[in-house]
Design a protein around this ligand. Structure first.
Ligand code: IMP
Ligand code: MG
Length: 427
């Protein structure tokens, strides 16, 4: 293997997604074969090529649906590793629902003219959005079946930065996402915000979520019960809050009210892990001459740029990959769960991860509201789904997921979800 190959493929593995890359490869074949004649192209030729390319792409998505069905069957039988999809794409995660990919392809093809393109092959973003649409279609289908109440979408969780608001900004009253979240709540769904931003005081989250919380308090579209269906999990899985009508603010729930058995890590291991991460980050500031400083919190350590400076992408990636690797080799951190990620302008090592964040919400709601919310009843929406240095990735083991790249994509996603639920007959 040449060193150039290594740089391009191996070392950038963390910026790819195995399943999306593999689907991209499958779609490249019809794209290349139907790129057609170099000249003398008539309008009729063009129409034929469009429909032929569309048919081939749709067939591929149909076949993928079957591979995912097979994977679900093998997982139920306790042998996911023997499913054909797992053998073809070893990094593939767990599917909690079917995915109607062919239908999703037709919807996204109308929007993105994938099959009409001759020079730009089906891209990462095309496939990411087809996967999202397939997930939404499937989750909304349960609202139309009286039999299928076990699979009803009950909880939608959101990452904060980039997903609900721009990086480092707040959720204010003018957010275009606000009416969509109110619509979800009005449909009796729970809305959870599962963010890395970690503070033990509700006032800090009120500062960041003021627009949403004020509206929930006064909206005439919500019943009092629905208002209390807003929860916030901060610091990945460290600080739990629920909106309270009595208090008219986010109510804090201490850990002994919700800590899962699997999260009962030793305080000593937590401290050793944070101490070690702090040491590694401080060391990297010197080694890489970064204009940055280290911040230590109760359950996190961060590396942030000094006032008036910023860190560029390569610096952030270098730091996150190095601290992740060191922690994976450190005995105390091997005994607990932690997450190291690149926040876009800073790096954080948090205790716990969003898989636990989402699971705590599922268990807490199930226990307190006498219901049963599992992975297949939960959707997590986030922007960080690459396998290393990204903190939404962990949620894939606890919920179905949609991968967005900006708050405006979240807005479109929620409008689609509500349309598929309300207007199922059309889809
Ligand atoms: P998220 O996108 O909602 O998960 O929030 C990630 C951002 O929260 C990071 O990029 C940080 O800037 C910020 N943040 C503030 N406090 C913490 C913390 O304790 N751990 C991790 N990130 C934090
Ligand atoms: Mg984010």
């Amino acid at each position: 293997m040449t060193s150039r190959y290594r740089v391009d493929y191996s070392l950038k593995e963390h910026r790819r997604d195995g399943l999306v890359e593999w689907i991209k490869g499958l779609l490249a074949t019809p794209f290349v074969l139907y790129a057609v004649k170099s000249n003398g192209l008539t309008a009729f030729d063009d129409l034929m090529v469009n429909s032929e390319a569309k048919r081939r792409y749709a067939e591929i998505f149909h076949d993928l649906e079957l591979l995912i069905d097979d994977n679900i069957e093998m997982t139920k039988a306790g042998q996911p590793e023997l499913s054909r999809l797992k053998q073809l794409v070893p990094s593939v995660g767990c599917f909690f629902t079917r995915l109607p990919l062919e239908k999703a392809f037709y919807i996204e093809d109308e929007r993105r003219t994938i099959s009409k393109r001759r020079m730009v092959a089906p891209s990462f973003n095309d496939i990411r959005l087809i996967l999202n649409t397939a997930q939404l279609l499937e989750l909304s289908s349960s609202f139309h079946s009286k039999m299928d109440t076990n699979n009803r979408l009950e909880l939608v969780t959101f990452d904060g930065d980039i997903t609900l608001y721009d990086d480092g900004m707040n959720f204010d009253a003018s957010s275009p996402i606000l009416p969509e979240l109110i619509r979800l709540l009005a449909k009796d769904m729970y809305v959870g915000i599962v963010t890395a931003a970690g503070y033990s005081e509700g006032a800090k989250y009120y500062g960041r979520l003021k627009g949403l919380i004020d509206e929930i308090q006064i909206s005439d579209k919500l019943t009092d019960k629905q208002r209390e269906n807003l929860l916030v999990m901060g610091g990945e899985a460290n600080y739990l809050f629920r909106y309270s009508n009595a208090k008219k603010e986010l109510e804090f729930y201490p850990r002994d009210k919700w800590l899962l058995k699997e999260m009962n890590w030793s305080e000593n291991d937590i401290t050793l892990t944070l101490d070690f991460a702090q040491e590694v980050l401080s060391d990297l500031i010197v080694k890489l001459s970064l204009p940055a400083m280290v911040i230590r919190k109760e359950r996190a350590v961060g590396l942030v740029a000094k006032e008036g400076h910023s860190l560029f992408r390569e610096q952030l990636e270098e730091v996150v990959l190095r601290v992740d690797k060191r922690l994976k080799q450190f005995p105390a951190s091997k005994r607990i769960r932690w997450c190291a990620f690149n926040g876009g302008s800073d790096i954080w090592v948090d205790i716990g991860d969003k898989a636990f964040g989402v699971k705590v919400l599922q268990e807490f709601i199930s226990a307190n509201d006498n219901t049963s919310i599992k992975a297949g009843n939960t959707l997590h929406v986030g922007d960080q789904f690459t396998s290393l240095g990204a903190n939404d990735y962990a949620s894939r083991t606890a919920a179905t997921t949609c991968w967005i790249s900006s708050p405006s994509e979240t807005k479109v996603l929620l409008k689609d979800l509500i349309r598929y639920i309300d207007d199922w007959a059309t889809y």
